[in-house]
Design a protein around this ligand. Structure first.
Ligand code: SAM
Length: 331
């Protein structure tokens, strides 16, 4: 075979990609990364700590070595630096609960061929049902992923030194942005609009971070709840635009423009694709998640955001990378 001939390796790795989701999700479910971090370094020790079979522990360790999350040296296993930073429970950037959640989501993918034929969900769309347990599961699991974006946004808006500003977080979820921004700026106040059970989750986080006294919640649907007029210095719409269609986004952006004080800034955080749809890879692939879970959502182009924000009355639009997300800042 000549060097230029393709091999099936890459395609086989993709076809079997669910093995990786399964191995990482099961290892997270049994807290293997946390036990490895705490010094359990053989299949026997891990089996004992995690109260699982030794055969199961050895199989997960083999799989984790295979996918590059665990290293083996002299018969002892340990987390790679990546697994140590992102899969050990209790660390600020831990994706451990997200790994467990994605394993649960995997089954829904068998409907994707039918969803593609139909052009949208063939059961109730997860993103559009009020008080859907989907959100209660997903919101704490994705909080860690918003940390880098919240930090980039704080930098872009110079939030720490902005004084007594008021912030509106539409669909704030875990409340992670408010938690970080109110910590960075001790004079700021924040209001989160989300479903009632989700706001309870956010209140707990803000309380844990010691900033709950400057945090208010509005329970309700952001499609129908009044945002008020000239009330906020900063408005935030993070990982919501992808669940909405163009009309929905223009409608919310228009009401957010009205809710902002003159000179106020709207921050949209989302997986944004290039105008020619050639990249980046993560937002392109994430569109399948929205086809599966929303009637009109998708991953939108920079040009779409520019167009919708202009229609909504914003005059300046800038883009700031917070990979795999992009921040769109509009004034
Ligand atoms: C993907 S999460 C994003 C959470 C947070 N903004 C972040 O970036 O980490 C979407 C959030 O929007 C909320 N949400 C979705 N549709 C909503 C609606 N119609 N009204 C109020 N909240 C909604 C969900 O409850 C959830 O908290």
């Amino acid at each position: 075979m000549s060097d230029n001939q393709p091999t099936p390796d890459g395609v086989l790795r993709l076809i079997n990609g669910y093995w990786a989701t399964g191995v990482v999700g099961a290892a997270a479910a049994h807290r293997l990364f946390t036990h490895l971090e705490d010094g359990a370094d053989t299949a026997g020790h891990l089996a004992e700590r995690a109260e699982i079979s030794e055969r199961g522990a050895q199989t997960l360790l083999d799989g984790l070595v295979g996918i590059g999350l665990v290293e083996l040296a002299g018969g002892r296993y340990r987390n790679t630096p990546e697994a140590s930073a992102y899969l050990v429970e209790g660390k600020p950037a831990s994706l451990s609960s997200f790994a467990r959640l994605k394993l649960k989501h995997m089954g829904a993918l068998v409907t994707l061929p039918d969803v593609v034929r139909a052009g949208g969900p063939i059961t109730d769309p997860a993103t559009e049902v009020a008080d859907n347990p989907h959100w209660e599961e997903i919101v704490p699991a994705i909080a860690a992923q918003s940390v880098p974006a919240a930090e980039v946004a704080a930098e872009v808006l110079s939030l720490a030194g902005a004084g007594a500003i008021s912030i509106l977080d539409v669909g704030g979820g875990s409340g992670i942005y408010s938690a970080l921004w109110l910590t960075a700026n001790p004079a700021a106040r924040s209001t989160q609009l989300d479903w009632e059970p989700i706001n309870q989750i956010a209140r707990r986080l803000l309380h844990e971070r010691g900033v709950a006294d400057r945090f208010t919640c509005i329970d309700g649907d952001f499609h129908t709840t009044d945002f008020g007029s000239a009330r906020y210095d900063v408005a935030l719409y993070s990982h919501i635009a992808h669940q909405e269609g163009p009309e929905g986004n223009v409608e919310v952006f228009t009401r957010l423009r009205q809710a902002l004080k003159p000179g106020g800034a709207l921050v949209v955080c989302d997986y944004v694709v290039d105008d020619d749809r050639s990249g980046p890879a993560f937002p392109l692939i994430f569109a399948a998640e929205m086809l599966l879970k929303s009637k009109q959502g998708g991953t939108w182009r920079r040009a779409d955001y520019r167009d919708w924000l202009t229609k909504a009355g914003f005059e300046e639009v800038s883009f700031h990378l917070a990979p795999p997300a992009t921040l769109v800042v509009a004034r």
